[in-house]
Design a protein around this ligand. Sequence first.
Ligand code: NAD
Length: 459
Amino acid sequence: MNNLVETMINLGLGKPAPLKRYGGEATFFSGNLHLGAGAGARCLEAVCRNLKDADVRLSYDGGTEVAGAINAAANQHGLNAEVLAGNGEPRFNALVFDGSGLSDTTQLQAAYHFFQPRLRQLANSGRVVILAAPHKAAASAEAAAAQRALEGLSRSIGKEIGKKGATSQLVVVPERAEDNLDSSLQFLLSPKSAYVNAQVIRLRPAATASSPDWKQPLAGKVALVTGASRGIGESIARTLARDGAKVLGLDVEPAAADLQRVMAEIGGDSLTADITAEDAPAAIAERLKSLGGADIVVHNAGVTRDKTLANMPEHWWQMTIDINLTAAQRINRALLESDAINAGGRIVGVSSMNGIAGQRGQANYAASKAGVIGYVEYMADELAARDITINAVAPGFIETQMTAAIPLMTREVGRRLNSLSQGGQPVDVAEAIAFFASPASSGVSGNILRVCGQNWLGA
Ligand code: NAD
């Protein structure tokens, strides 16, 4: 019956494009990449430095004022960049535009000339990445306007190409953060970002770690994952282990058997605890220290207790705030005070699209998930001095036991309300967390990354 309804919906709305996800590819990108830029672009060297490790056929438009700069950056890294004339040319797997040097709005024309003839040639599951400068730090109001315009452009492209399963993102690169671009560029160009669409990643200048091995970027790292027995947490644990990390999975006593099974499969350790318990932070700190300290801490455990606020019992409110928000703060405090997080550490929270947009019947949940955002944005500055980053993912509609319980029609509407016209998989959230966790993400802190296919709620 459910299959019949889904088939009918697909017939009416069209079947969504299948998303290409990571399947162990040897490099982050494979295919045709067309590179363009506006005047004064600062990131061409960084882009080409990354592309030399990809399986790329690189091209650019001849006759533009930046053609020489693109060619020089490519040559510097031994890449053979082809000049494309006309537009009857290949299908592109990626279009990358460096707008970081735009200093007034007339220069936006370069973005138009780059994308307009090429967008139609973007392949299924293709990638658009636009590089920009932080508009609030711009040298003039005109430059600020031009830079902020790129965000609107990227979000609109995301809506235009979503039906192909293709995505568009903006990376904001302040001056002196060009060397911090690697992990964002590689993640966004790769199939690992399949369900991330129309997002903005803001970099900050930071000491760079050498770019880690693409297959095992987390080798030698210790990662704590709360709520790791099932759902998104299980996928996070599996993904971090796939990338080389030793995982300490945590969950509540009733989930102990599932937790142990998952940890046994990935060579991880288990810790049974309720994260809201008085003694939990100290127990976690002690366990992590016995493993040599944590390099990655993922606060994934969470609950929903849905009712309209007018009907909500106080203990539902309190439980949701305690588990989803307060517990992670207490644990972080204890870990930081006892030096149980190593230098170069990565803390990742799990917020939610509903924390951004608000949701009827989820006042407690939305408040807790919005609180995660406030906490992350504040802590990023405090932790920078300790060489620790903190970020959060904000999942949209992800196919889990939680969303499977939603009535069919509501569920079908929920999964369709985004530019990719489908729900995401737990692994999509996990890949975004692995990106934050990468040693190369030292310049990525204070970000809230939605993993929602460009959901139309709160976008
Ligand atoms: P889930 O219910 O399948 O998993 C949550 C896990 O957290 C469970 O294993 C549970 O036992 C554990 N947990 C709950 N309370 C705990 C406590 N006090 N101490 C220790 N562990 C505890 O949920 P999920 O769908 O996998 O969600 C994981 C996270 O992602 C949650 O924070 C959720 O709010 C968030 N999220 C999910 C979606 C979605 O579409 N599924 C969307 C947005 C955000």
